[in-house]
Design a protein. Structure first.
Length: 323
C-alpha cells in the first residue's frame, strides 16, 4: 500500500532516513530497515573534513615527512583511509539491508566528488546524493555566478556516474524555481528540499562561537512544502521533502504537494526508530479513511499545476488570512 518510486528506485515506504547520525554505522542502518524505512542515505563523506584531518595529521608527522614524495604518499594514503572506511560501511549496508542504500557526498571540488562517487558506485550504491551547500559569502560574486556553478557541478556529476543522482540543497537561492528547473534539465533524478545547515551561535558569557541545536522543530517544514507544491508539477525529477517532518501527517502533506518520498532525521533522534512505523501506520490509516489504495493516487493532488491555485503556495504575506 505504501509503495512508492523515488529516483527510479522502488521503495516500500515513502519514509527515508536522511544522511546523519542514524546512518553512520551498520547496526543503526539495520534498525532503520527493521523499523520500516523505505531507504537510507548514509552519513555524508565530507571532503573538507578529510582535508582538515589529513593536514592535522601531516603537521603532527612533519618531521618524518620532509621528503616531498613521502608527504604526497602520506597525504594520498590518509585520504584513502577515509574513503575505504566509507566503502566498508556501504558494502556492509548493501550486504545486510534489502532496502536501497544511497551514498552521500559533500565535496566542493569536482574532481574529488567524481572520484568518491565512482568508487561508491562500484561498491553497489543504489543512488548518490550530492550534498551541495555553498555559503555565498563572497560579496564580489553575483548570485548568477553562484547558481551557474551549482548547475555546472550538477551537470558534470550527472555525466560522470550512471546510478540515479539526487541533489540536496538549501533554500537560499535568488530563484529557487529556476535552479530546480535547471537541475531537472541537467538530468538530475531528484532534489531533496531542503537541507538544514549548521547554524552558528554565540555564548555571551565565554564570548565564543558555538553551534545552535542541530535538531529541527516540527514547524520548520513549511518551506519544503511550499517549493514542492510549486515545482513538483513542473519538473520530471522527484522532489523529496526534508526538514521539520516529525509525524505521519506531515508526510501526507508532502505527498499531497507532490513528493514521492521524504527524508527524516530529528524525529528519529527525538522519538526513536519506532517513529518510522508510526508514520507508516498513520499514512495507511489516512489512506484508508480517504479511499486511496496507493501513494500515486494522491501524490501531487494539491500541487499548483493540479489545483491552479499557485497563488496560495506563493502568498508570502498574511493579508488574506487576517481578513
Ligand atoms: C547531527 C546531524 C548530522 C547530520 N549530518 C548530515 C550529513 O552528514 N549529511 C547531510 O546531508 N545531512 C546531514 N544532516 C542533516 C539531516 O540529514 C537533515 O537534512 C536535517 O536534520 C533536517 O531533517 P530533520 O528535520 O528531519 O532533522 C545532519 C543532521 C544532524 C542533526
Amino acid at each position: 500500500m505504501l509503495n512508492t518510486e523515488y529516483l527510479g528506485l522502488k521503495l516500500k515506504s515513502p519514509v527515508i532516513v536522511s544522511s546523519g547520525p542514524l546512518t553512520q554505522n551498520a547496526v543503526s542502518l539495520k534498525k532503520c530497515e527493521e523499523a520500516g524505512a523505505g531507504a537510507v542515505v548514509l552519513k555524508s563523506i565530507f571532503e573538507e573534513q578529510i582535508e582538515s584531518d589529513v593536514s592535522a595529521e601531516m603537521e603532527k608527522n612533519a618531521e618524518f615527512l620532509q621528503h616531498s614524495s613521502a608527504e604526497g604518499f602520506f597525504e594520498e594514503s590518509s585520504k584513502n583511509y577515509y574513503i575505504d572506511r566509507y566503502m566498508k560501511l556501504l558494502t556492509a549496508a548493501k550486504k545486510e539491508l534489502s532496502i536501497p542504500v544511497i551514498a552521500s557526498i559533500s565535496a566542493m571540488r569536482m574532481d574529488s566528488w567524481i572520484e568518491y562517487a565512482k568508487r561508491f558506485e562500484a561498491c553497489g550504491a543504489d543512488a548518490i546524493e550530492l550534498n551541495y551547500y555553498p555559503i555565498a559569502s563572497d560579496a564580489s560574486v553575483p548570485g548568477s555566478e553562484v547558481d551557474e556553478k551549482a548547475i555546472e557541478f550538477a551537470e558534470i556529476a550527472r555525466k560522470n556516474i550512471s546510478v540515479p543522482l539526487s541533489i540536496k540543497i538549501g533554500y537560499k537561492y535568488s530563484s529557487l524555481a529556476n535552479i530546480i528547473r535547471s537541475f531537472d534539465k541537467a538530468g538530475i533524478d531528484g532534489a531533496v528540499l531542503f537541507n538544514r545547515f549548521f547554524r552558528p551561535d554565540i555564548d555571551t558569557e565565554t564570548l565564543e562561537f558555538t553551534a545552535s541545536s542541530p535538531s529541527s522543530s516540527p514547524d520548520e517544514y513549511g518551506e519544503a512544502l511550499r517549493w514542492i507544491g510549486l515545482m513538483s508539477g513542473e519538473v520530471k525529477m522527484d522532489l523529496c521533502g526534508n526538514t521539520g517532518i516529525h509525524d505521519g501527517n506531515t508526510v501526507v502533506k508532502m505527498i499531497l504537494a507532490g513528493a514521492p518520498a521524504v527524508e527524516i532525521c530529528t524525529a528519529i533522534v527525538k522519538k526513536g526508530f519506532s517513529v518510522i512505523g508510526e508514520m507508516n501506520s498513520f499514512i495507511e490509516d489516512w489512506m484508508k479513511r480517504h479511499g486511496y489504495s496507493s501513494i500515486n493516487e494522491f501524490k501531487g493532488l494539491l500541487a499548483q499545476e493540479k489545483t491552479g491555485e499557485g497563488y496560495k503556495w506563493e502568498r508570502t504575506q498574511f493579508l488574506k488570512t487576517i481578513n
